[in-house]
Structures are given as structure tokens and as C-alpha cells.
Design a protein around this ligand. Structure first.
Ligand code: CO
Length: 136
């Protein structure tokens, strides 16, 4: 079921500071404009890598779940990893059948790439928050 690593989500208190790190320290050259995902209460900015992306996530305000993450990790840090799947509903049903918990309503929502996504509870994935995303 698991497909390509689409991106690694990184929470940050400042997308601008993180962009500077990836650009100036690591030499990233393809950095997209940041945009807001109001329903999730976050700013998002993708940094393109040759084989994947980094998804920088900054909370818009204190009500965002990412704001809670930053309270625990004030400097920011790795937040989730995202794997592509061919069929999000089939993947969700398979995960649930295997005993994993899907966060939120359990129904896919549209993610930052415009395709349906779900998140699997980190306690069911060895401590890693896993996003599954239907391939673009
Ligand atoms: Co993501």
C-alpha cells in the first residue's frame, strides 16, 4: 500500500527563518510561496528537494494544533511524514482494519496538495505522526 515519500512536515515558529535555513545552510533553490490553510490554522510553505519536499508549517494563531506542538518544541521540529497511496479510502479502511486510529472525523480532507489526506495516530505508528495522501 505504501508509496512514495511525498514530504516531511516540519513545524516552525517562523517560516521565513526556516526558509533561510533550507536556502542558506542546505542550498535549497526551489522554495514555493507560503500560503494559508485557514481550516487547519497554519501557514504552509513547500521546499522542493530532488526526490521529495519539506513542508514547513507555522501556526496562524494559538488555536492551531501546531501551536501545541511548538509549546512542546519551541524551536520547531519534525512534525509528520507523508506517504502517497493510490486510493485514500482503501488505505484508510485497511489501516482501520489493522487497528490504527485515524485522527479527526476519520473522513479524508483535502490537503495542501489538493488531494485527499488522512492522519494516523502516532501511538499506532511507533510515535510518528503519519499522513497518507492520495497521489496527485
Ligand atoms: Co503534510
Amino acid at each position: 500500500m505504501i508509496g512514495r515519500l511525498n514530504h516531511v512536515g516540519v513545524a516552525t515558529p517562523s517560516i521565513e527563518q526556516s526558509v533561510a535555513l533550507y536556502r542558506d545552510m542546505l542550498g535549497a533553490t526551489k522554495i514555493h510561496d507560503k500560503f494559508s490553510m485557514e481550516e487547519q490554522g497554519v501557514w504552509v510553505c513547500f521546499v522542493d528537494l530532488p526526490n521529495s519536499q519539506i513542508e514547513l508549517i507555522e501556526p496562524i494563531d494559538d488555536t492551531s494544533p501546531v501551536a501545541g506542538f511548538l509549546k512542546q518544541n519551541p524551536a520547531g521540529g519534525q512534525h509528520h511524514i507523508c506517504f502517497e497511496v493510490d486510493d485514500i479510502i482503501a488505505a484508510r479502511d485497511e489501516m482501520v482494519a489493522k487497528g490504527a486510529r485515524v485522527l479527526g472525523t476519520g473522513e479524508p480532507r483535502i490537503g495542501a496538495h489538493g488531494t485527499p489526506i488522512i492522519f494516523i495516530h502516532p501511538k499506532d505508528m511507533g510515535g510518528v505522526l503519519v499522513e497518507l495522501m492520495q497521489s496527485p
